[in-house]
Design a protein around this ligand. Structure first.
Ligand code: SF4
Ligand code: SF4
Length: 77
């Protein structure tokens, strides 16, 4: 299973819970602040292809920031 995530940066509060549950280390803290002043997370471009679509990041996020897309082929779409 391949996956891909989309992060809604404006909703992120930078709590980093999602980074702690991603077994692939795909989600990392960025240096970017959103309009509310929170330091948001981002996808590690070098690792994004490793996403398995497990959904743990989306499940643990208290603010519904992350959407996970899954596919059975290798395109991750
Ligand atoms: S879906 Fe799973 S593998 Fe993909 S970023 Fe989220 S926690 Fe990591
Ligand atoms: S768990 Fe949600 S709010 Fe917390 S850093 Fe991750 S995306 Fe942002």
């Amino acid at each position: 299973m391949k996956g891909r995530i989309v992060i809604n940066e404006e909703r992120c509060k930078g709590c980093l819970l999602c980074t702690s549950v991603c077994q692939k280390g795909i989600i990392i803290q960025s240096n970017k602040l959103n309009s509310k002043g929170y330091k948001v997370v981002t996808v590690d471009e070098e690792k994004k292809e490793e996403c398995i679509g497990c959904g743990f990041c989306a499940m643990i996020c208290p603010d519904c920031v992350i959407t996970v897309y899954r596919s059975k082929d290798n395109r991750g779409k």
